[in-house]
Ligand binder design. Structure first.
Ligand code: DGJ
Length: 339
């Protein structure tokens, strides 16, 4: 009985949001308009939650921007489905004399509760991807503007794709891919978050797009093969401790789907009052029309050392309870509870 009342209430809320023009579901791979109706520009991005608010930062690749700059966009949401553009929180000219077509990719922002600073890490490179460093910019507010601080090679290693992981106790980690060592590192940050000061693990697997989630006492890491903008079968491994030992890597989806045309950027945990969902956040890159690159977000099936990305379909999420539902896009109503 209670379940029926809860379901009816949820459908009523859904009807209400339909009536107010709010988005009621996430449609993986589709154009995803923000509250102003423009396709979200937050590619290779990451999400943090501060209080009740989610912030999504990513690569701003809209058309018509001044090509002397690289931009990181910021969006705000309280439900993960409706996003409001808060601006280009970082607007940067070539900070290290890298030359034409220099690169800023995969920005990730950490909030430092002690210093109240927002600390952004990004992949900083020249057009041949030889500089291979992280850049750092900081801001006293989530809206920016972020100010460039410095760049370096974390722990002295080449660093290209980066990922961010915040453990349940709030400890922040940087994940970075290092090609000469043919693997990727999980590294700890200094107290003020502006230094990478210790190696937690080196995972000997040539993977990028690194993402980690801590779920029911097990760490799951996901990464993609090194195939440029082309999708490939992303893989996962597990460990009881971040420092390892890490298991062998396995496919997260049938390999012939090439991760449904996407590449990992983050695993995001939504721990609600009823259940905990984990969202796979991937990019479906369109290298020639980057502004039209899409997002493949999907709740994964996870537990007992297994992680599977199901075939993408529209879904709704209730961030309060943590529940997700498959949605029939023609009726726009939640259909099948997923968890
Ligand atoms: C794959 C990376 O994951 C992307 O961030 C980007 O660097 C492309 N390679 C460039 O080919």
């Amino acid at each position: 009985m209670f379940k029926k009342i809860a379901a009816a209430f949820f459908i009523l809320c859904t009807l209400q949001t339909v009536a107010t023009g709010q988005r009621t579901f996430i449609d993986p791979g589709a154009v995803w308009p923000d509250s102003a109706g423009l396709h979200i520009q937050a590619h290779g991005g990451g999400i943090i939650k501060v209080g009740r608010v989610y912030y999504w930062y990513g690569e701003q690749r809209a058309q018509g921007l001044d090509t002397n700059y690289r931009y990181v966009s910021g969006y705000r949401s309280t439900d993960l489905m409706n996003w409001t553009f808060i601006g280009n929180v970082l607007q940067l000219t070539d900070p290290e004399d890298l030359g034409a077509r220099w690169i800023l990719e995969r920005p990730k922002v950490f909030f430092n509760k002690k210093t109240h600073a927002y600390v952004m890490y990004f992949h900083l490179d020249d057009r041949r991807y030889q500089y291979a460093r992280v850049g750092i910019a900081t801001s006293p507010t989530p809206e920016g503007p972020f100010r460039y601080l410095k760049s370096f090679r974390p722990l002295g290693f080449e660093s290209r794709d980066i990922g961010q992981f915040i453990d349940d106790d709030g400890t922040p980690y940087l994940i970075f891919e290092s090609r000469p060592s043919k693997g990727f590192y999980i590294a700890g940050l200094s107290a003020n978050y502006t230094e990478v000061n210790r190696q937690i693990a080196f995972i000997h697997a040539p993977l990028e797009g690194g993402a980690i989630v801590h779920y029911k006492k097990l760490y799951y890491v996901v990464g993609s093969a090194l195939t440029g903008w082309r999708p490939n079968p992303n893989k996962y491994a597990t460990a009881r401790s971040l420092s390892g030992p890490w298991s062998e890597f396995k496919d997260i989806a049938p390999p012939e789907t090439n991760t449904y045309g996407s590449q990992s950027t983050m695993l995001f945990k939504v721990a609600g009052t009823k259940t905990t969902s984990v969202l796979f956040m991937g990019d479906q890159w369109r290298p020639k029309t980057q502004w039209d690159s899409r997002y493949l977000w999907m709740p994964v099936t996870i537990g007992g050392g297994k992680l599977t990305l199901p075939p993408p379909h529209p879904f709704t999420i209730d961030v309060r309870t943590g529940k997700t539902w498959q949605v029939d896009p023609s009726t726009r109503f939640p259909q099948t509870p997923q968890n």
